[in-house]
Design a protein around this ligand. Structure first.
Ligand code: Y12
Ligand code: CO
Length: 175
């Protein structure tokens, strides 16, 4: 499966992802193909819509205390739903679909998430810290929401201007 990251402002990123009903080989192939895309681009989280598949699927691989990513810590979530959220936190977020931009975003501090694994088994996790923030960021993707949508009017304006400049510069330096 050849997957390519969809980048802002592509309208595909605004699609609402559909609930997964079949936990079959096609789902497994998608999950397997998403992992190298995320790792090879230094990502810690990736939703299926970011590789043009509108399914309620996301993967996360949070670096350990030595700042290393291990496949042992890979979390695959299918049909995730936040069932409880408490507190507030601010984290500087980035997104593989919005390359080169990092912004402080306010989120819930702790979230409880119900989801299914690749075989359809039901799981629950209570997430804190970066895992909590990354889960909220990725679940937003399943609803067509991007972290830049959460910026104030003035920060969003500034972002749009800088992003256009970034895209232009990248296109002129492309071989
Ligand atoms: C805070 C909240 C949520 C997340 C999870 C999703 N974001 C990422 O995994 C972002 C990765 C990222 C990687 C980049 O590096 C490359 O593309 C090589 C990057 O830099 C550039 O685009 C130049 C930007 C974002 C994470 C944190
Ligand atoms: Co993202």
């Amino acid at each position: 499966m050849n997957l390519k990251i969809v980048e802002y402002p592509d309208k595909k990123l605004r699609e609402k992802s559909v609930k997964v009903e079949k936990f079959d080989e096609e789902l497994h192939k998608l999950l397997d193909a998403m992992y190298p895309v995320m790792i090879n681009t230094n990502g810690i989280g990736l939703a299926a819509i970011q590789v043009a598949h509108a399914k309620q699927v996301l993967i996360l691989n949070i670096p350990d205390e030595n700042d290393e990513q291990s496949e042992d810590n890979l979390i695959e979530m299918v049909n995730p739903v936040i069932t409880n959220e408490t507190g507030e936190t601010t984290y500087q977020e980035g997104c593989l679909s919005v390359p080169s931009f990092y912004e402080d975003i306010n989120r819930s501090e702790v979230v409880t998430v119900n989801y299914q694994d690749r075989d359809g088994n039901t799981k629950t996790v209570e997430a804190h810290g970066l895992l909590s923030v990354a889960i909220q960021h990725e679940i937003d993707h399943l609803n067509g929401v991007l972290f830049v949508d959460k910026l104030s009017y003035s920060r969003r304006k500034k972002f749009e201007k800088e992003y256009k400049k970034f895209q232009k510069e990248r296109n002129t330096t492309k071989k």
